[in-house]
Write a protein of this length. Structure first.
Length: 250
């Protein structure tokens, strides 16, 4: 069986057997500024894994433009098992031109997380860059509390843009953390202990608890905007001097 990987010397073709493709007379005529021997892989052996590639869709105009200048394009980048990291449009151009192999840069045995991060970094800063729709999709997918600056740098966008894209997500996170804080407060933990557990300022915890207490005073328990566990509801009822809710009342 023929290996999908072939050595490509500068200015030559895989295995030294050029194949005529229209006006091109070589299969992989790429050159290296360092004079290094490049590796080539069978086009059909390259794996495009959607979950590990940052683009939502390709750009047919870019692919057509690349078809006219295959000789000048840099190698694609691959990780373990032929997973594509960078060069989707170049790959498609080679397929449409009938090329059997394509030069590549071997990035080694990267994890899935490393593959996606490197793919984003390369596609966000050079070549046919990611569009805002791609970057917004990735921002929502990769958002983590406390990592705004790092994610903005990875996507090559201003931090304020990133925060705008993730406003709803961050609001939901805040509501969930507030619920956690109140649940811990109902378990008789102090504001400072809750703050340590949730990694927030104790003044923030005090504000959340104060907001919860004010909401309980102004609304019947069943109208509080989130549902408490039965034990916590009983504590609130006792604290407010209310009769316990009947079983089954939400």
């Amino acid at each position: 069986m023929t290996s999908p990987h072939t050595a490509v010397h500068d200015g030559g073709s895989p295995g030294g057997h050029p194949t005529s493709r229209g006006t091109d007379t070589t299969d992989c005529p790429y050159t290296s500024t360092t004079g290094a021997v490049l590796q080539a892989i069978a086009v059909q052996a390259v794996r495009v894994v959607p979950d590990l590639y940052p683009r939502l869709q390709d750009d047919p105009a870019v692919i057509e433009r690349y078809r006219d200048c295959l000789n000048q394009l840099p190698p694609i980048a691959l990780a373990r098992d032929g997973i594509l990291v960078d060069g989707y449009h170049r790959l498609q151009a080679h397929r449409l031109e009938g090329r059997e192999s394509i030069p590549y840069e071997d990035l080694g045995n990267l994890t899935d997380e490393e593959i996606l991060a490197e793919s984003i970094r390369r596609n966000a800063t050079h070549g046919h860059q990611l569009v805002d729709a791609d970057k917004r999709h990735l921002a929502l997918r990769l958002w983590k509390p406390g990592a705004a600056a790092e994610l903005a740098a990875l996507l090559s966008v201003p931090e304020r843009t990133l925060r705008g894209w993730t406003a709803d997500l961050r609001g939901e996170e805040r509501r969930q953390r507030q619920q956690q804080a109140v649940a811990l407060w109902l378990d008789c933990l102090s504001d400072r202990e809750i703050a340590r557990r949730l990694e927030v300022d104790h003044k923030t915890v005090a504000a959340w608890v104060g907001e919860f207490r004010q909401g309980c005073q102004n609304s019947p328990p069943q109208e509080v905007h989130w549902r408490m566990p039965a034990a916590a509801q009983a504590i609130v009822d006792e604290w407010l001097g209310r009769e316990p809710l009947e079983a089954g009342v939400a």
